[in-house]
Structure formats: structure tokens, C-alpha cells
Design a protein around this ligand. Structure first.
Ligand SMILES: [Zn+2]
Ligand SMILES: [Zn+2]
Length: 381
């Protein structure tokens, strides 16, 4: 079944009923004709067989109220008895897959798309399937969700055919009609003696169709914004500012074309303790001067796990970074980044008497070593 069939075939005539026939009349006539032309009753008669097929096809459509309405609509839009399309696309129309346009009878959206496209004045290229546009959006993730991956709800806004007029631009209950000036070609030609040239029809502005009563929702443009909410899976290990491509979740395609892709820019919230450096986590831990000087085993926090023990060797300078393997962020290949621990040597601001005594003893014990010796010497040169 194709759109071409819809436009070329007169199902009412095939069933020998009037256009206003009731469902009962259609059924009755179908039974009568089907009996008469049934292949069993006409063995070897190919004309009867053809006729029988024609009757069956017609009944298939006219017995289904929804499909009958679509059929009636298609024929009232494009005229009966011929496949003349606005914009001179009649020839191309013949290549249409009819299921494409009328197959989505649930929404009627594709017919709307088709008409919406015509109203955009892009008649000829609109006849082919078109890939939907890519869509960009943003998502905010918590620090932990970015590490683990998360499913987020994204509200997307697309421009598409107006749902009220199904993209026709015509007020509810009315249909656009073929432009009387250009007879649907969208072009008007001017004859200048020996040659003629054509320009977009001024009546329909090249659309080939006109509406007497514009749709009040879209003002006759046939286009409207609609929003939808989708669930998108953000993979584990995304970083702040990263763009995630989600295939096929962009704007829907037109006339059977594939959907576009969705790009999600991810914002990752900070964490009170940890930072992220690619697939490594970072943490800064305070250590005492004694721990840095003498060496120590210190406990450092691990993200959502038990603290891990890091051995600080004697003589560790301030700002040195230690690596704890496998305590970072999981990568796509299932390997895991590291935890980078940076020590921050603390200077005590309050001292007990005992501590002060000990420090003074330490000072006296190291009195011969001036840490600025080299600096001062080099400064003189
Ligand atoms: Zn026109
Ligand atoms: Zn509308």
C-alpha cells in the first residue's frame, strides 16, 4: 500500500459505492463483489483475479474508519484521480513508499511533516527522507554520579509539525488547498515575448498550497515547538565539561529518515574532599613536620571506601604527591585510575610547653645548618 495508491486508486469506485457510503453498505458491496470475482469461482481468469485484488485492497482501507479517514484526507488534499503534488513533485511522488507516510496512523505526524515541509517552501527535497537535527543539551551530575555513571532525565525541545493542524497550517476542520494561482507548482511564469522565466508564486510564496483559515496555534506556519523528556545514560567516568554523544536521541527524522544525535554537555559538581584529574582522584592531606621529617604511615580518605594507609618516607618535602593505585575512577575498559595524595606540611600555631621545649632542643641541635646558605651565596654572584 502506498501513498501513490491512495492518490491514484479510487477505492469507492472499486467497491462500487458512493463516497458517502456507510460502513454497512461498504461491507455489503464488498461481499457481493468478492463472491463474484473470487479466484476459486474464476479459475484461470487473470482479469477477475486483478479485480478481486483491487476489491480486497479497497475494502482493507475503507473498512477501517481510521484508514478511510486518511484516504479521504489524502485525496481531498491532493485532488482525486491523479497524483499531482504541489511544487511539481508529482513525478517524485511516484517513488514514495506509502507506508512511510500513512503507516504512522497513530499520530498522523508524518503526513503533517510532509505538509509542514511543503509549507516551508522546500517542496522537492522535502519529498525524501531526512535525518533529524542534532540536538545539544546540558546535564548536571554529582561528583559520585559522574564517577559511577548515571541515568538522567533530559527535557528536550524540538521544532516539529504543529500538533493541532498536523503541520498543515490550516485551522482545525479545514485543509489547505492547492494554490489557485500557480496550480500547486509554487512557480509562476512570465512570458516576455520570446522567452519566459519563472519566479516563486506570490500568492502562496512558493508553497504551492494556501490556507484560507490559518491554524490559530501556529499562525499558519505548520511548525511548533514541542518538548519531550528522555532518559539518557551518562557513562561512568565523565569529566566536567565533557560532551557525551547519544546516538539517535536527537530530533526525529522526517519521512522515515533516521533521528539525529543528542549531545549532552556534562557539568560535574565538586566534592568537599576529592578533586578529579582525568581518571585519577586527587586529595591533599595535612602532615605534621615530624611526620614529614621522620617518616610515618598515615591514613588518607578513599572515595566511598575505607581509608587507605600511605607510607610517608623520612625527609618528605611539602607538596610531594604519592600514588595509591586503583583508588581512582573506573575507565571504559574497566581499568581504574589512581588516588593522588599530596602532602601539606603543617606548621603548629599553638605549642604546649613540652612541645616548645622539644622544638627548642631541635633548633639547638641543628644550629649549625642554615637552610639559606646556598641561596645567600648564589645571590652574591
Ligand atoms: Zn501559488
Ligand atoms: Zn498549527
Amino acid at each position: 500500500m502506498s501513498t501513490k495508491d491512495f492518490l491514484e486508486k479510487d477505492y469507492y469506485k472499486a467497491l462500487d459505492v458512493s463516497k458517502g457510503a456507510s460502513a454497512e453498505e461498504i461491507k455489503k458491496s464488498y461481499r457481493k463483489l468478492a463472491r463474484k470475482y473470487h479466484p476459486d469461482a474464476n479459475k484461470g481468469d487473470s482479469a477477475s483475479e486483478e479485480r478481486f485484488k483491487e476489491i480486497s485492497e479497497a475494502y482493507n482501507v475503507l473498512s477501517d474508519p481510521k484508514r478511510r479517514a486518511e484516504y479521504d484526507e489524502a485525496r481531498s488534499l491532493f485532488g482525486t484521480g491523479g497524483a499531482r503534488m504541489p511544487g511539481g513533485a508529482g513525478g517524485q511522488f511516484g517513488t514514495f513508499d506509502l507506508g512511510d507516510i500513512f503507516g504512522s496512523s497513530g499520530s498522523g505526524g508524518r503526513l503533517g511533516d510532509l505538509l509542514g515541509g511543503m509549507f516551508g517552501g522546500r517542496t522537492t527535497q522535502q519529498a525524501r527522507p531526512r535525518r533529524g537535527a542534532d540536538v545539544e543539551t546540558e546535564a548536571s551530575l554529582s561528583f559520585s554520579d559522574a564517577i559511577d555513571g548515571a541515568t538522567v532525565s533530559l527535557r528536550l525541545t524540538d521544532e516539529g509539525p504543529c500538533k493541532v493542524c498536523r503541520g498543515t497550517g490550516a485551522k482545525a476542520g479545514t485543509v489547505p488547498k492547492v494554490c489557485p494561482t500557480c496550480e500547486g507548482t509554487g512557480q509562476s511564469s512570465r512570458d516576455l515575448g520570446s522567452f519566459a522565466f519563472s519566479e516563486p508564486c506570490t500568492t502562496c510564496r512558493g508553497r504551492g498550497l494556501v490556507v484560507d483559515d490559518p491554524c490559530t496555534v501556529c499562525g499558519g506556519s505548520g511548525r511548533a515547538m514541542s518538548s519531550r523528556t528522555i532518559q539518557a545514560r551518562i557513562p561512568s567516568g565523565v569529566a566536567d565539561g565533557q560532551r557525551i554523544k547519544i546516538k539517535g536521541k536527537g530530533a526525529p527524522g522526517e519521512r522515515g529518515g533516521p533521528a539525529g544525535d543528542l549531545y549532552v554537555k556534562v557539568h560535574v559538581a565538586g566534592h568537599p574532599v576529592f578533586g578529579r584529574n582525568g581518571h585519577n582522584l586527587t586529595v591533599t592531606v595535612p602532615v605534621t613536620f615530624a611526620e614529614a621529617a621522620l617518616g610515618a604511615e598515615i591514613k588518607v580518605p578513599a572515595h566511598r571506601g575505607m581509608p587507605v594507609t600511605v607510607r610517608i618516607p623520612p625527609g618528605t618535602p611539602n607538596g610531594r604527591t604519592f600514588r595509591v593505585r586503583g583508588k581512582g575512577v573506573r575507565r571504559a575498559d574497566a581499568t581504574v585510575g589512581d588516588l593522588l595524595v599530596t602532602v601539606d606540611v603543617q606548621v603548629p600555631t599553638e605549642l604546649t610547653d613540652t612541645a616548645r621545649n622539644a622544638l627548642e632542643k631541635f633548633r639547638d641541635a641543628t644550629a649549625g645548618e642554615d637552610p639559606r646558605d646556598e641561596l645567600l651565596r648564589k645571590g652574591r654572584t
